[in-house]
Design a protein around this ligand. Structure first.
Ligand code: B1M
Length: 235
């Protein structure tokens, strides 16, 4: 988008720096993004604000031009790499918590889908809220989910899908849980850009999560409800 070889990022106002970071994300400039993230943090920005205003918003802009055929896969991969560079700096800050784990979540992107930025963000925010997170990565068939549920015995199963062609696979996973008679052992949370509340209900998920912050709120609320039910039923 812009040439920024000569730009001293530290000399920019917050607003101009964030705009420059949107351009740098668009251009896939990982080092510049890492530097920008660090500058904003040094200026006292909250990690979550850096994440949403500079990185997530920048990726939203990338998404529009990707959709419109202005950007192509190799370029978007560079943007994704730059985004991940920034996220790596924010991760320990967002995940900082001295509290004991409030619950456990297994999460993964479904089979056929390799998008992982949103899932990674959800994992980071959940860790930051005190959840233990087991991240299965991308392209997960049913068997991966079931193995992980048996091994880790989490409270929550999270699934991510970014494609309209892969989101139905979430139903395949839930059906498999139902067939094994273990569906109700877990809270199933689903998310990803093409999903909706209606879709979440239609596939019998416990909740559709619009974004990472909402996922944390919903996870906490459902965990509390589960705890209350267990107490009132005396188990
Ligand atoms: Co792809 N891609 N992509 N892509 N890609 C989209 C999703 C698309 C909408 C772009 C577009 O056309 N505008 C479009 C899908 C169209 C559709 O299905 N309706 C698309 C396409 C078509 C494709 C390919 C098919 C392109 C091709 O090859 N011709 C291909 C598919 C590959 C595959 O998966 N099999 C492809 C490939 C890629 C890249 C590899 C280049 C790259 C991914 C890199 C990576 O993830 N490591 C990529 C990217 C980066 C995108 C866009 C531009 C950005 C996605 C992203 O990271 N957003 C995306 C456009 C868009 O979404 N606007 C696009 C930022 C992220 C923070 O948001 O992921 O929505 P999001 O996550 C949010 C919420 O959704 C929610 O919380 C997150 C944080 O707030 N959430 C959850 C997500 N998962 C959750 C799980 C939960 C809870 C909440 O569990 C409890």
């Amino acid at each position: 988008m812009t040439e920024n070889d000569d730009i001293d990022l530290t000399s920019l106002s917050d607003e101009d720096l964030v705009a420059q970071m949107h351009d740098d994300l668009y251009d896939g400039l990982k080092e510049e993004i890492e530097e920008g993230v660090q500058i904003l943090l040094d200026r006292g920005w909250e990690p979550y604000k850096v994440l949403t205003d500079a990185l997530v918003e920048g990726m939203r802009i990338v998404g529009i031009d990707f959709r419109d055929g202005i950007l192509f896969v190799p370029e978007v991969l560079l943007s994704a790499g730059a985004m991940k560079g920034g996220m790596a700096i924010l991760r320990p800050l967002l995940a900082e918590t001295g509290a004991p784990p409030v619950g456990k979540m297994v999460i993964g992107t479904v089979k056929g889908d390799i998008h992982d930025i949103g899932k990674n963000l959800v994992s980071m925010m959940m860790e930051g809220a005190g959840f233990e997170v087991i991240d299965l990565g991308i392209n997960n068939p049913v068997e991966n989910y079931i193995e992980a549920l048996e091994e880790h015995k989490p409270d929550i199963l999270g699934m991510s899908a970014l494609l309209t062609t892969t989101m139905p696979y979430m139903k395949t996973v839930i059906n498999a849980l139902e067939e094994k008679g273990i569906r109700d052992d877990y809270l199933v949370l689903v998310g990803g850009a093409p999903l909706s509340q209606e879709f979440g209900e239609a596939i019998n998920a416990d909740a559709y999560c619009r974004d990472a912050a909402v996922t944390v709120d919903i996870a906490k609320e459902l965990m509390q409800r589960k705890h209350n039910q267990a107490v009132s039923s005396g188990s």
